[in-house]
Design a protein around this ligand. Structure first.
Ligand SMILES: *[C@@H]1O[C@H](CO)[C@@H](O)[C@H](O)[C@H]1NC(C)=O
Ligand SMILES: *[C@@H]1O[C@H](CO)[C@@H](O)[C@H](O)[C@H]1NC(C)=O
Ligand SMILES: *[C@@H]1O[C@H](CO)[C@@H](O)[C@H](O)[C@H]1NC(C)=O
Ligand SMILES: *[C@@H]1O[C@H](CO)[C@@H](O)[C@H](O)[C@H]1NC(C)=O
Ligand SMILES: *[C@@H]1O[C@H](CO)[C@@H](O)[C@H](O)[C@H]1NC(C)=O
Length: 537
């Protein structure tokens, strides 16, 4: 039985170019129920496990500059909710449960005020510690103790995000410099075994406007093993965009990821479920993505995404602002656990033509071999400050091409005459450097519904649509990391009917017989090798 549970509605009153003002020092985090687990079956349903993610409506402290005792009192309020949800997840058979980034503390800190919320988390690679059983071993670890006991009493693997404070220099890196206030402060994932033992610790490498936290001196590639599904990797929010650590985890053949996030939605190309679903499909991995629910900052949308169907929750600002537990049975993908040989290691060899690693692709001409000339009726609209080149879909069916420099996107489409004929659609291409917060290179082909009847509305968020369009969308990317998505009315994700990702970087997505009206169909590529971390700038 293939089953997709969705629960959705509209983001409203939201413009794509959010005011990301530098002076809001606290700003944020990345672009940084009762039900039985639906079965997400695929070609392999012979081994599976039950996963859960909890979208948490975080209780944010009214005042951030408080004593440790007051901070703890505050964290306990969020932990109380975690505890109820862990019990509920266990009741539904969950073997692993993921909580979101910033779910315990909220945000709006500075470097001084964050300190009360931090604990010093021992390195599980150096020592075994079960905080629930040995609470006296380290002082000031109340949060770790409670999370550990939660994993233990519910007999599940538990992933949470919290702050870690480490003395400097770091034990693991004696040459590391020291932050000015003499302490390292890290945005951190912790993973507990089902007996409560601290199993893994990961420090976020790609911070998104979090001046109170430090970037660890080296990127950490953290994986952990489970008895029910083998190996999982972990990263946090904005990390998903980057080679370090995410591309490295993928190159190592890690197929299952636990992913606490606090993802700010930027439709029509960087909405949470859209990007995370696309990542899972494009990288052929499972992502257990737990997001916050925090409407004030447009944060929401969590899911269990597999290369097969997905289960997700995407509420909106009009809905009651509340938490949501998502549970699903998913297939095991770890090749070692499944007793398969790992060909993945081979494909990461430095000679791979379109490797996701820091290498240039040898093909200098990304032009699509198509007889269609690029359209000249183009216009530019910026999406989150990136100038996308657009062309309108004027006919009921056509063959269109739009280019940004040598990067071209090709669309063949046929609109259904049934409904939505007044709705305006456009095809967009973008190849360039996105510069908000961190520079990162993107290549995007997107077919979008324009928010209004004027071409200047193309690229603005829109929530509903009636038009059904059969299409083939194609681009040739300078990367093997390309994330495909089809988002329809009210943020419902559809699975592309056909997806081909060729070794030369050409990606072709075909879709027809849509169930809902089309909001956005996109191919988003991440040519890591063009980033400054690769070019050495
Ligand atoms: C918090 O308190 C410290 C020490 O009194 C002070 O330096 C800092 O500016 C305060 N931060 C905020 C956000 O009030
Ligand atoms: C994706 O993963 C599935 C399950 O492991 C595998 O059968 C399939 O061949 C993979 N697809 C690609 C394109 O690598
Ligand atoms: C679409 O129609 C507009 C307005 O009539 C026109 O300016 C534009 O050239 C047309 N574009 C294409 C690709 O045919
Ligand atoms: C992409 O389009 C933008 C906006 O027109 C332009 O500034 C940029 O140079 C283009 N990129 C390339 C590689 O031509
Ligand atoms: C789309 O639906 C039509 C009518 O139900 C059917 O004949 C056709 O085979 C379908 N196409 C695909 C690609 O599923």
């Amino acid at each position: 039985m293939n089953m997709v549970l969705v629960s959705i509605s509209n983001w409203t009153g939201f413009t794509p170019v959010m005011s990301l003002t530098e002076e809001t020092m606290f700003l944020l985090v990345a672009v940084c129920s009762l039900m039985s687990a639906p079965v997400l079956t695929g070609p392999i349903a012979d081994s599976s496990y039950v996963a859960a993610v909890y979208e948490h409506k975080v209780i944010v402290p009214p005042v951030s500059n408080v004593s440790r005792a007051e901070a703890l009192q505050h964290i306990q309020k969020n932990l109380d909710i975690y505890e109820q949800q862990a019990a509920e997840a266990a009741k539904q058979g969950a073997q692993i449960l993921v909580f979101p980034e910033y779910g315990l503390s909220g945000f709006y800190f500075d470097r001084s005020s964050v300190s009360s919320y931090l604990e010093t988390i021992p390195d599980p690679q150096q020592e075994n510690w079960n905080p629930c059983l040995e609470p006296g071993k380290y002082s000031n670890t109340e949060v770790l103790q409670r999370l550990s006991c939660m994993a233990r009493s519910n007999n599940l693997y538990l992933v949470a995000n919290m702050g870690d404070m480490q003395p400097c220099p770091l034990k693991t890196d004696p040459t590391s410099s020291c932050p000015p206030d003499g302490r390292w402060k890290f945005n951190t994932n912790v993973v507990f075994k089902s007996d409560g033992q601290l199993l893994a610790r990961y420090h976020k490498y790609n911070l998104y406007k979090e001046p109170y936290f430090d970037v660890p001196p080296q990127p950490e590639i953290i994986t952990f093993d489970t008895p029910f599904a083998g190996k999982f990797g972990t990263m946090i929010c904005f990390d998903m965009f980057f080679h370090k650590p995410t591309g490295i985890l993928l190159d190592k053949g890690v197929r299952q990821l636990v992913y606490p996030t606090a993802w700010v939605n930027f439709p029509p190309v960087l909405d949470s479920v859209q990007f995370h679903r696309g990542f899972s499909l494009g990288a052929n991995v499972t992502v257990l993505s737990s997001n916050l629910r925090f409407d004030k900052e447009h944060i929401g949308g969590s899911g269990i995404y597999t290369p097969f169907p997905s289960t997700y929750h995407h509420a909106t600002e009009g809905d009651p602002e509340e938490g949501k537990l998502v549970v699903a049975r998913v297939p095991v993908l770890d090749p070692m656990w499944r007793g398969e040989s790992t060909a993945t290691e081979e494909s990461t060899s430095p000679t791979a033509a379109t490797s996701g690693a820091c290498q240039h692709t040898p093909d200098p001409n990304p032009e699509i071999a198509s007889s269609v000339p690029p359209s000249s009726d183009t216009f530019i609209v910026s999406l989150i400050d990136d100038p996308y080149t657009f062309v309108l879909l004027n006919k009921t069916e056509d063959d269109l091409k739009v280019c940004n420099g040598t990067f071209c996107c090709h669309l063949q489409y046929k609109r259904s005459p049934q409904a939505g004929s007044e709705e305006l659609y456009a095809l967009a291409a973008f190849s360039g450097t996105h510069t908000i917060v961190r520079t990162l290179n993107l290549q995007v082909c997107a077919l979008v519904r324009c928010a209004g009847s004027d071409f200047t509305s193309c690229g603005q968020p829109v929530v509903k649509a009636e038009s059904k369009i059969d299409f083939t969308l194609e681009g040739k990317f300078a990367s093997k990391r390309v994330y495909p998505s089809v988002m329809t009315s009210k943020n419902v994700m559809e699975e592309p009917q056909n997806l081909e990702m060729a070794a030369d970087g050409r990606v072709t997505m075909k879709h027809s017989n849509m169930s809902g009206g089309l909001i956005s169909a996109s191919l988003l590529g991440r040519p890591y090798q063009m980033d400054e971390e690769c070019t050495g700038e």
